[in-house]
Write a protein that binds this ligand. Structure first.
Ligand code: SF4
Length: 345
């Protein structure tokens, strides 16, 4: 076993995290935690994880739920494709594997939303199989420890990191080693304030020995995010708000959203007239910006108060909901931000 793996395993037993709610759980729990932890911090994930497991305690329960129920439990966690893929994968596990989570790496990798590192983490932690992980935190640890230059988003750099991840992987104690790598990345070897003084592999760390820790891993080459604009309509009538369900594709696919318009005032007036709205009052609310991975969305909220609920209230994909019901539905974070102040205290 490499001295890197031995030192990490010893360190994990004494100093690593042992009380995360998914630790020691079955493959379903490890899988759920791995998907929730993508792009999201542990502290944010824990309450979502607990609520999700309480609502869907098994693969079968998740497969039985509707997509709407699953997304309602994902609401606020962002990156909703993760929730949709989780649901699709649960249904495939029922049809392909009779509801038993597969133990074979290739079969796990074949499920939607599961990449190489996630499949490896499930195999290592749930089944003690030696497979190397390489999530964002582990890339940072290995880039520093092995002194790998370049941005890990580049294919060649990522390939070098995978090589090292496999070379350092021990054959036994693999669950403990995998947890140690995750814990190291999340605690000691953090992005901006690494605690090298307490690190068990400091003596062999290339970046530390060269006093270049903060230079690794190299940053993504800067590129300005595209800017987009949208007007979100808060249409209120008799204490209810109008929500529209998005189609399955796109960043908010399958979620309940406020009607969104990209056009100017004239088209907006036409839209209101076509919808049969009798407008009693109209006001612009303070705008804000929501940043996605690939673009920045500048949101201008516009509130309309109608005299009464329009007659053709329920069109397919459109619903007038009590604000409290809307907040319990599958809605994206910017919509939640606009609805929360509307709850009557
Ligand atoms: S010595 Fe510092 S930079 Fe190197 S692996 Fe340890 S914490 Fe990370």
């Amino acid at each position: 076993m490499s001295s890197f793996a031995t030192s990490l395993i010893v360190w994990q037993r004494e100093h690593g995290r042992h009380d995360l709610p998914w630790q020691g759980g079955d493959a379903y729990r490890v899988w759920l935690s791995e998907i929730m932890l993508q792009q999201t911090q542990v502290a944010t994930v824990i309450p979502y994880y607990r609520r999700f497991i309480a609502a869907f305690p098994s693969v079968a329960a998740l497969a039985d739920a509707s997509e709407e129920q699953v997304l309602a439990h994902w609401s606020g966690l962002g990156y909703y494709a993760r929730g949709r893929n989780l649901h699709r994968a649960a249904r495939l596990i029922v049809t392909r594997h009779e509801g038993e989570f597969p133990q074979d790496y290739a079969q796990i990798l074949d499920l939607p939303g599961i990449g190489r590192s996630t499949a490896a983490a499930i195999c290592a932690q749930a089944y003690h199989q030696p497979h190397a992980i390489l999530d964002g935190n582990v890339k940072r640890v290995l880039a520093r420890y092995c002194g790998i230059e370049g941005w890990p988003g580049e294919k060649a750099v990522e390939a070098r990191l995978w090589q090292q991840a496999e070379a350092l992987l021990p054959e036994r104690d693999v669950a403990c080693y995998t947890q140690a790598l995750m814990d190291m990345g999340a605690t000691l070897c953090s992005r901006s304030k690494p605690n090298c003084a307490a690190c068990p592999v400091q003596a062999g760390c290339v970046a530390f020995q060269a006093r270049r820790v903060i230079e690794f891993p190299a940053q993504r080459p800067r590129k300005a995010l595209p800017e987009r604009r949208a007007t979100l309509l808060l249409v209120m009538a008799e204490g209810r708000i109008l929500l529209e369900k998005r189609g399955p594709a796109g960043i908010w696919g399958g979620l309940w959203c406020l009607p969104q318009r990209e056009e100017g005032d004239e088209e907006l007036a036409e839209y209101a007239a076509c919808s049969g709205w009798k407008i009693a009052g109209q006001s612009a609310l303070p705008g804000f910006t929501h940043t996605f991975t690939h673009f920045r969305l500048h949101i201008s909220p516009l509130r309309f108060d109608l005299e009464q609920l329009p007659l053709q209230a329920s069109l397919p994909g459109r619903e007038w909901m009590a604000v409290s019901d809307a907040l319990a539905a599958a809605i994206p974070t910017p919509v939640r931000r606009l609805l929360e102040p509307l709850v009557e205290v």
